[in-house]
Ligand binder design. Sequence first.
Ligand code: HAM
Length: 444
Amino acid sequence: MAVAGVASGIVSSMPSYHTPRGTRDILPSDHAVWTRVETAARDLARRYGYRELDTPLFEQSAVFERGVGAATDIVEKELFRVSPSRGEEREQWALRPEATAGIVRAYVEHGLQTQPQPIRVSLYGPMFRYDRPQAGRYRQFWQWDVEAIGDPGPAVDAEIIELASRFYATVGLTNVEAKLNSIGDSTCRPGYIVALTEYYRPHASALPETERRRLETNPLRLLDSKDERVIELNHDAPKLWDHLCAACSAHFAAVRVHLDALKVPYRLAPDIVRGLDYYSRTTFEFFRPGAEGQQDALGGGGRYDGLVQLLGGKATPAIGFALGIDRVVSAILDGTDDDAARRDRGEGGPLAVVVGADPAATVERLRVATTLRAAGLAVGTDLAQRKLGRQLEAAVKEGARFAIIVGDELADGVVQLRDLGAASQKPVQLSDLASLLRRKAGGG
Ligand code: HAM
């Protein structure tokens, strides 16, 4: 956008800056929802015994290439590779596209396998995928990631799925459904892959380019293809469940027994094969009915019994999930759960704003506000030198419940406390103000 330089009298072109494609600003009007969701995640992690951990936003690229899989879309097409602009570093780095590989790297690097198992951890933060941006798909997005490393299941599989389900209900998304699958392990999956490849092979020439390539690199992915021809073919494709070995079958059945006992609703879905290579046995994704496209998954996860060893540790079973916070927040703001969204928006404002009867008396306003803030209260100030009426209007717009009007009576230690909702006010001793406001904040 070109902007005319009016002040100088010269018409010049100013650059207009904007967020990089696929990224977004979270403005204060929406931020309260983000914060509520984050608080709910952290609180649930604590209640379920998952301790918080953080890893760097970037890692050696090999952590993802090896961990997530070099032939996955996430690594092959979407990895944000970063190279330092100077210095001698020869490492290849990449921004983390997901948290699991980095967490497992940390588990191995810090010898966490010597601590009592399983290690239950939770990570909340931004991830980066250089994907084609579209609704629900961003280049920087947030995940709440939860992992239990060192437990072969099946009970912990159900604990993890129940935890994710509880999170959605807690933030007000009541109609989220888990889709559940088992993709077998290194004993039974290879035989299935052979059967699957043989089934597709005669149709290969009719398949789109991507699916033809996947037939060679990762035929399982054809099962969740969105291509009409492949969907048609998939009706008669061999079913993985018919090929599960006895141990995988027993595991799958036991996960379901635990979920049923916990009354967690789920649907069996053989197409949940996941886009990352590290999975074995249990896999799952979360959707709202009617929004079940690839960009609609509100979260997903599964068991990854081979990853710790793949990244240099001892063979260690593990399971986890990551929930897509951007999509959760959109679902909340979409209006499906209006009440919660409205409540959030109201929650962002300060309890009270200190305003002044004398527009110039900013020192007094700041002094009163500072005292209240030091006493632990959330108090805004209006420091604009404008009429009291305008200051009060602004306080209402900000969502404040009270205005504290500072005037001449301050000399006697008195201010006016105005209830902005009731439009009534009364004099209050400055020495009583903090405790009175604290009572009001507590609903008194
Ligand atoms: P994922 O299925 O790749 O799994 O991502 C989990 C969730 O992150 C998705 O269901 C979606 O909600 C969200 N998400 C993914 N990509 C984007 C994007 N470009 N924009 C917005 N949201 C997105 C994982 O990442 C695994 N690490 C999960 C896991 C943990 N498995 C075991 N432990």
